[in-house]
Design a protein around this ligand. Structure first.
Ligand code: CUA
Length: 151
């Protein structure tokens, strides 16, 4: 038999979880932002690489470690869509593309995926936004859209 108080706590927690799920779905439906997803961990994601899947579709395995991102420079043509798979080789890092409103975490043993479309030429900075030690403020990479015009 549930205690009255216990029942109330369960109902409120359930309600809060529902609100949380609803706001996630709402955000996904109303903004163009793709929600980051967590993928099953696999060692192959620890090898940084840029793969061209199609003329306008790229796949990037972004690896964070103290205090750098690899690949440090990612060259793509304008109009490309990039699937980023982010992970870390050591501590928790951030993966932020300010101009594209992208903000995911790079966590050891964990893969976070997000999709970004680059409609305009330019150099987009990837920065670490999670304090990760003495070299944190220098931890950057770049997405270079339409090189060499962009640089
Ligand atoms: Cu990596 Cu801060």
């Amino acid at each position: 038999m549930l205690d009255k108080f216990e029942k109330r706590v369960l109902i409120s927690v359930g309600g809060i979880i529902m609100i949380f799920i609803f706001s996630l779905l709402y955000a996904k439906a109303t903004s163009q932002i793709d929600l980051p997803e967590c993928l099953p961990y696999n060692k192959t994601y620890e090898t940084p690489k840029v793969t061209k899947l199609d003329s306008n579709l790229y796949q990037v395995y972004a690896v964070a470690q103290m205090w750098q991102f690899q690949p440090a420079e990612i060259y793509i043509p304008v109009g490309s869509t990039v699937d980023f798979y982010g992970t870390s080789k050591d501590v928790v890092h951030g993966f932020d593309i300010y101009e594209k409103n992208i903000n995911i975490m790079a966590v050891y043993g964990n893969i976070n995926k997000t999709t970004v479309k680059f409609e305009k030429p330019g150099v987009y900075k990837i920065t670490c936004h999670e304090y990760c030690g003495i070299g944190h403020q220098n931890m950057q990479a770049e997405v270079i859209v339409n090189y060499p015009d962009a640089k």
